[in-house]
Design a protein around this ligand. Structure first.
Ligand SMILES: [Mg+2]
Length: 364
């Protein structure tokens, strides 16, 4: 078969995070879903998702101006060969960032097409689902507001989430959350790379009494794996990282440095299903627990679920604690008793609702 078109579609979805004071990457928070629609000459359509939020414009440009012209007319059936070739040709544009986010979305869409062609769920193509029912943790946005943190953490627990992750950087806010949810619920703190190594060690030590399940990305720059290993050892706290790592090679270095207890590759950022599968296999070989980064709502979350279905023993799935006013794959990622169920249709198992896509599509 042959790829006929590769089209980025940006949805600006209505949302409620419990506060109006919320930003992301220096911009006002936006729940933009960057879908990638791939159609073949034979009429099959696959859907992928590239990292979106408020930083989608550069990725959209990478798809439209660089990647789509390279892949239209190519055979989509050998995903490995096609993606490896693209990665090699485009490496001078960086091994992470918008181009690799775009490749991630393309790769997910190609796997969706492969599943549809074989009439099999993606998990089956990846070796078979060992689980179809997942525990999820609530990933709260940063509130920087003690009473609101307590309220949101407690509300998430009441809805059946099995663990709570904060995106705060203040130790006092961890104390507040721990107090709100009690001593036995797993609590994580994701800081998004704010501190020097020495600051992070000191913060980690002061966090010990709150029994964190993990401390996530405590240092800048995130790729300083030796510094991260020092925080893990001297701070005596479990460390999670990987959403900003860029390839299996990077994860090998992360593991060689003994820097993490939990590896967090991100399917919409790291190169899609193909690279995620390699990283999952590597983490398995190294006996490192893998819990993907997946604050997504669309094909990125569906792809994560299919990948997680192949991991033994089972793994937690990150689920953004955000109320969306509409979601084109909402039926497939709706929590039931605080858990997610793998959709078992062909490919990703669920296509975006065309009415929702059309209603919320950003027109340029
Ligand atoms: Mg994170």
């Amino acid at each position: 078969m042959t790829i006929k078109s590769v089209t980025p579609i940006i949805l600006d979805l209505p949302f409620d995070v419990g506060t109006t004071q919320s930003s992301f990457a220096g911009r006002p928070r936006q729940m933009a879903m960057l879908l990638i629609r791939v159609e073949t000459e034979s009429g099959l359509v696959g859907w992928g998702e590239a990292f979106g939020y408020a930083v989608w414009p550069a990725t959209q440009m990478a798809i439209e101006k660089i990647i789509a012209p390279m892949v239209v007319g190519q055979d989509e059936t050998n995903i490995k060969s096609l993606m490896d070739d693209l990665q090699r040709q485009l490496h001078l544009l960086g091994r992470t960032g918008p181009v690799v986010y775009a490749l991630s979305g393309l790769d997910i869409a190609l796997w969706d097409i492969a599943g549809k062609k074989a009439n099999q769920p993606l998990a089956t193509l990846l070796g078979g689902a060992k689980h179809t029912d997942f525990s999820v943790y609530a990933s709260l946005v940063r509130y920087n507001d003690g009473p609101l943190i307590a309220r949101q953490a407690k509300a998430a627990l009441d809805q059946g989430f099995s663990a709570i992750k904060l995106h705060e950087i203040d130790v006092a806010h961890v104390a507040t959350a721990r107090n709100a949810i009690g001593d036995h619920v797993p609590l994580m703190m994701d800081t998004n790379c704010p501190w020097s190594t020495e600051e992070a060690i000191s913060k980690a030590q002061s966090l010990q009494k709150y029994n964190l399940h993990w401390l996530e990305e405590p240092i800048y720059p995130p790729e300083d794996f030796l510094a991260l290993a020092r925080v893990r050892k001297e701070g005596r706290v479990k460390i999670a990282a990987g959403e900003n790592a860029m390839s299996p090679t990077d994860f090998r270095a992360l593991f060689d440095a003994n820097a993490v207890d939990f590896a967090q590759p991100s399917v919409t950022k790291v190169g899609g299903v193909s690279e995620m599968k390699r990283i999952i296999d590597l983490a398995g070989d190294r006996k490192v627990k893998l819990i993907p980064h997946s604050p997504y709502f669309g094909p990125g979350l569906l792809a994560t679920m299919h990948l997680c279905a192949t991991i033994e023993p089972d793994t937690l799935i990150e689920y953004s604690y955000v109320k969306l006013g509409a979601n084109p794959v909402g039926e497939a990622v709706r929590l039931k008793n605080g858990r997610l169920q793998l959709p078992l249709g062909a490919g990703l198992g669920f296509d975006p609702d065309p009415d929702i896509v059309s209603r919320y599509q950003l027109k340029s």
